[in-house]
Structure formats: structure tokens, C-alpha cells
Design a protein around this ligand. Structure first.
Ligand code: KG4
Ligand code: ZN
Length: 354
């Protein structure tokens, strides 16, 4: 009863509902989320450092970790406030353990461990990629169904065959740049603000997707591998040969580049789903909020009669709700982590199929 008096969202608070607070600081976002019973996101706060790193044209690890240190407490407090909970009312704590920037990971990971230690509650060490992988299911209280998953972010482009929770097999990944990295590098070539992904998405909307014929690397190869560095070079050569100012071609360049990326991603994901006999495709990661990517996946899956589940736009780029969601599943499976488990900048998610 006293809880009801004190909290802003009393309707959500029931005595038997487990709450998890998760912290995500693998790159340049200081994120804290609170999840209830694995289904209800009570709070998902993201403090972005993009404005700080923009001047450098990319994320500077040392700058990122210093800013995580400055922001972590206020962001935790903000999340508690939005959820209408106090620290003592939480049941478990979780944090990203990797992959990511070591010094950035340490801030969130150590904070969550300290909270778990101080409150005597369990701690869950979570793989950032598993967060992205399961993010399309946030809000669902069901067991994770079998699916073929594409994760497209700034650091990764990978296809994973998912048998269920904790059953992940890597089908293939990029051999060079991640898709988001290609967006950001092409953005830099076009003098667009960092990160290039959202800018290209916006500009491409008014461009002609067929204006430039950019290469679709690895498209015909029947595996899960990708390569985007040739596409990036091709954009560079095209820019050198361009007649007139780049501004006159900007929308067409963005639309054509984007179409090449999207084409390969959709084509190879659908082929892998067919090969693995999966009837559900999931797509997650920062690039998955791209409008053309979402549209093209929608069209292709409808054509093939395959179900499609895209991460909600708010959970595509880095956030802590996806980390809390994985923790909620681990809680259910009794998979807690020891407090001396280290962070790992190269933490693998899944082993390649043998
Ligand atoms: O998942 P994320 O936040 O961080 C990593 O774990 O890497 O992904 C960030 C990436 C950046 O490369 C950014 O340019 C890209 O996602 N991105 C987009 C869009 N929004 C973010 N790329 C294409 N279209 C977008 N709308
Ligand atoms: Zn990410």
C-alpha cells in the first residue's frame, strides 16, 4: 500500500512482479532500463554522447568512458524515477559484459555489480549481441521461438540461426566493414554529420535508387558472409568522377548506396532462412531502424510467406531494455553470473556451425 502512495505509476506495481535494472555502456550510449517480469519496460533511458563525439568523426574510447562515469548515476536515478521505484525494490541487476570498448564497458558493468553487491540481489552479465538478437521480442513473455536472425549494427553484421533462448549458431558475418560502419564511412565521404546512417536514410528518401549502379558483394555466394568495403570504395571512385557539385547528386548517391546495402542484406538473410528451414526472420541492431531496410524486408518476407519480426525502432540502436530483457530470460533459467566475471571487449555470442 505504501508503495502505491509513493510511486508515479502505481498501476504497474504488483508485489509479485520481478524487476530487473540493466545498464548498457558498451560504446557511447549511457543506458539504463528497468523491466518488469520480462515483458513490461518500466523505464528505458538513453543518454547519447553523439554530440560530444561528432567533432572527432567517431567514438573516442577514453572520452566515452569519462562521460559514462559522469552520467551513470543521473541516468540510473532518472530510470528509477520513471519506473516509480526505489533501489531496494529491485530484484536483480544486469549489465553488458561485451563486446565493446573495454573502458566503457567497465563503467556500467562495475556499477551494476556494485548495486547487486550492496543490495544482495543477483547479477547477470549480458552479451551485447544477445541483447540485439532478442530485442525484437521485447514485450513478449513467451519462450523465444526458432528464427533466423540478422543483426546489423555499427560494429557487426551477422546471421544467426536461433533454435530458442541460449541456442545460437553463427551462420556468417561480415569479412570487413559492418553495414553501419559502411553507412558512417560513406556519410563522412559525403560530408554528412556523424553518424552517417540516419542522415543517409533521410536523404535517400528523395533519391533515385537506380541512379548509380553500386556493387552487391557476396550476393550470389550461398553462405552467411558479407563484405561492404568494396561498396565503400566504389562510392569513393564515383565521387571522383562526378560531374558538377556533389550536392546535386546527394540524394541519388544515398539512395543508390543504401539500395546496394539493403539488397544484399535482404537477399542473403532470406536465402539463409530457406536453407535452415526457418519460417521466422528477425532483424535488429542500429541499421535495422533504416526505413528502406524495413520496407524491403517486409516486401520480401510477404512474397515468400515468411514471418518477419523487426526490433521496435526505439530498441534498434543501443539501449538497456534489450540487456534487461536477456537478463529476464536468464533469471527464468537460473543463469546468474558471479560478481568476479570480467568484461570482455571481444565476447563471442555464438560458435560457428561445425
Ligand atoms: O546498434 P548500434 O546503436 O551500435 C552498435 O552496437 O554498433 O548501431 C549504430 C549504427 C551506426 O553505424 C549508425 O549509423 C547506424 O547504426 N544507424 C543507421 C540508422 N540509424 C542508425 N543506419 C542506417 N539507417 C538508419 N536509420
Ligand atoms: Zn549495439
Amino acid at each position: 500500500r505504501s508503495l502505491r502512495m509513493r510511486h508515479k505509476r502505481p498501476a504497474l506495481i504488483m508485489e509479485d512482479r520481478t524487476t530487473v535494472l540493466a545498464i548498457e555502456t558498451s560504446c557511447d550510449e549511457t543506458a539504463v532500463a528497468i523491466l518488469c517480469e520480462g515483458t513490461e519496460v518500466l523505464a528505458s533511458e538513453v543518454a547519447s554522447q553523439i554530440d560530444i563525439h561528432r567533432d572527432f568523426g567517431g567514438v573516442v574510447p577514453e572520452v566515452a568512458s569519462r562521460n559514462h562515469l559522469l552520467r551513470i548515476r543521473p541516468v540510473i536515478e532518472k530510470a528509477l524515477h520513471s519506473a516509480g521505484l526505489t533501489l531496494e525494490e529491485l530484484d536483480a541487476f544486469a549489465a553488458t559484459a561485451g563486446p565493446g570498448l573495454a573502458t566503457a564497458l567497465l563503467v556500467g558493468n562495475t556499477s551494476a555489480k556494485a548495486l547487486a553487491l550492496a543490495t544482495g540481489k543477483p547479477f547477470f552479465s549480458v552479451n551485447h549481441m544477445e541483447g540485439h538478437l532478442l530485442s525484437p521480442f521485447i514485450g513478449s513473455n513467451e519462450a523465444i521461438p526458432a528464427n533466423l536472425s540478422l543483426i546489423v549494427s555499427g560494429g557487426h553484421t551477422m546471421l544467426i540461426d536461433v533454435g530458442g533462448f541460449n541456442q545460437y549458431t553463427l551462420c556468417g558475418q561480415t569479412l570487413d566493414d559492418a553495414a553501419g560502419e559502411a553507412y558512417d564511412k560513406v556519410g563522412r565521404m559525403l560530408d554528412l554529420p556523424y553518424p552517417g546512417g540516419p542522415e543517409i536514410d533521410r536523404l535517400a528518401a528523395s533519391g533515385n535508387r537506380e541512379a548509380f549502379d553500386f556493387p552487391r558483394s557476396m550476393m550470389r555466394r550461398p553462405n552467411g558472409e558479407f563484405s561492404f568495403s568494396g561498396l565503400k570504395t566504389s562510392v569513393l571512385y564515383t565521387l571522383k568522377k562526378l560531374e558538377g557539385p556533389v550536392e546535386n547528386h546527394l540524394a541519388d548517391l544515398c539512395a543508390s548506396f543504401q539500395e546496394a546495402v539493403v539488397d544484399v542484406l535482404v537477399h542473403k538473410t532470406l536465402r539463409m532462412a530457406r536453407e535452415k528451414g526457418r519460417r521466422l526472420i528477425t532483424v535488429s541492431g542500429g541499421v535495422s531502424c533504416n526505413r528502406r531496410l524495413r520496407e524491403a524486408f517486409g516486401e520480401a518476407c510477404q512474397r515468400e510467406g515468411i514471418d518477419l519480426l523487426l526490433a521496435a525502432p526505439a530498441y534498434t540502436t543501443d539501449n538497456a531494455a534489450m540487456i534487461a530483457y536477456v537478463a529476464a530470460h536468464r533469471l527464468r533459467h537460473g543463469l546468474t553470473s558471479p560478481l568476479d566475471e570480467n568484461v570482455n571487449p571481444n565476447l563471442p555470442l555464438a560458435t560457428p556451425a561445425s
